[in-house]
Write a protein that binds this ligand. Structure first.
Ligand code: V0V
Ligand code: CO
Length: 153
């Protein structure tokens, strides 16, 4: 089966590296009025993270079953993707997460285009999503995440 283009259905989230998650959440709440919908520790990814809602999930169509968010990321360890990024660049935009309908098929399509994958298979992401990263050296310097959200019931 040929995977339908375009691959992306929405911008799921913008990932932002922060030094102090509580402080950053407070700033986003106070300054922009955003609210936290989920907060998790992901040991595999080495982060404490929070998702703040920009646009809530649409109902019905599973291809648009996720919302759009700001993801604030505090590293669990210095020797982790976000820890290393902070040491090199300081706080700021770390990655972009795009919504896809089927992350496994999207990965195969992207690998077929010659883009290096960080993840050959999907991993566990925030709010139960299946996620996978593409290597920033093959995507014009942008760490890119594919996000297959759990469809809203
Ligand atoms: C590193 N580089 C980046 C970058 N991180 N470029 C753009 N954006 C970033 N965020 C560049 C870095 O400047 C180096 O360039 C080169 O890549 C190698 O970097 P490194 O620090 O030596 O690190 P590596 O090679 O050990 O790891 C880089 C990768 C790693 C991308 C492979 O960060 C990774 O696996 N990331 C995916 C996982 C992740 O980021 N998890 C946290 C979010 P030069 O100096 O060689 O030119 S978790 C998440 O978003 C979740 C759970 C969710 O959304 O649900
Ligand atoms: Co992310």
């Amino acid at each position: 089966m040929t995977y339908p283009l375009p691959l992306f259905t929405r911008i799921d989230h913008v990932g932002i590296a922060v030094r102090d998650l509580d402080e950053a959440i407070g700033w986003y709440e106070t300054t922009y009025g955003l609210t936290v919908t989920s907060r998790e520790t992901n040991e595999t990814q080495g982060v404490h993270e929070a998702m703040l809602v920009v646009a809530p999930p649409a109902e019905g169509d599973p291809s648009h079953g996720g919302g759009s968010y700001v993801q604030l990321l505090e590293p669990l360890r210095e020797d982790s993707p976000v820890g290393k990024f902070l040491a090199r660049n300081g706080p700021g935009v770390h990655h972009i997460g795009y919504g896809v309908i089927d992350v496994t098929q999207a990965l195969a399509t992207i690998a077929g285009a010659g883009v290096r994958l960080v993840d050959e298979r999907p991993r566990h992401g925030s709010m139960g999503a299946s996620i996978a990263f593409l290597h920033p050296k093959d995507t014009g310097g942008v760490l890119t995440e594919l996000v297959q959200a759990i469809p809203r019931a």
